[in-house]
Design a protein around this ligand. Structure first.
Ligand code: SF4
Length: 217
């Protein structure tokens, strides 16, 4: 079993090590969301869509205040979504950010390759309980490329939606786009549950036209 770490970059703490940021509507949780992709994941699941975000390396280092500044600049935001990489690996640094997000009336969605049961067993990590206490919707389980996707933000059918608060309802997650693409100059971002085979074909075709895709949540 892959160990659970909650402070993967002690040398950067209390800052966050971020792989990417983008605003997405309807594919990473209900409404308009700031998606925060965290850098680093200790797992290496075959077919992971976010291979560039897995290595433990310093990427874009932001303080919680800097990231809140980004949140405040975005109009009409419903909430934030943590993806990766593995958000839990920076849970300790994320707690104050999540609390501040909740205090602003915004919701928090989190993807994790760990199961909720595993996270709840980690009683030697008190900050993890605080982290989970600040998440409204947890989508748990690593991506399994041999399983079909299952709608409602799940890339493979083993993943589960856990509504950890009443601030996000099951009904609000029923209608969503499977994948959202945004192209900006030579950069494109895909967020959602597009099957990996189709995704790779699309990436190749876009690359041939000089467009680099950033993988999704
Ligand atoms: S599928 Fe999730 S848990 Fe697995 S390597 Fe990718 S980011 Fe990590």
């Amino acid at each position: 079993m892959t160990p659970i770490r909650i402070n993967l970059y002690p040398e950067l703490f209390p800052n966050l090590n971020i792989a990417d940021l983008d605003v997405v509507e309807g594919a990473a949780g209900p409404g308009r969301r700031l998606v925060v992709w965290l850098q680093g994941c200790l797992k290496r699941c075959p077919g992971c869509a976010n291979a560039a975000f897995l290595t433990e390396r310093t990427n874009r280092v932001l303080s919680v205040e800097n990231l809140l500044g980004v949140v405040e600049e975005i109009k009409g935001l419903s909430g934030i979504t943590l993806s990766g990489g593995e958000p839990v690996a920076q849970a300790k640094a994320l707690v104050p950010f999540l609390k501040a997000v909740g205090n602003r009336g915004l919701t928090a969605v989190c993807y994790s390759g760990y199961r909720l049961e595993e996270l709840r067993q980690e009683d030697n990590h008190p900050a993890l309980a605080e982290f989970l206490g600040a998440i409204d919707l947890l989508i748990d389980g690593q991506y399994e490329r041999d399983l079909p996707r299952a709608g409602s933000y799940r890339s493979s059918s083993n993943q589960r939606l856990h509504f950890l608060s009443e601030r996000i309802s099951e009904e609000s997650c029923a209608e969503n786009a499977e994948t959202v693409f945004r192209i900006n100059g030579s950069r494109a971002v895909a967020t959602g549950t597009l099957p990996m085979q189709i995704r790779h074909q699309l990436f190749e075709k876009l690359r041939a036209h000089g467009i680099t895709l950033t993988p999704d949540s």
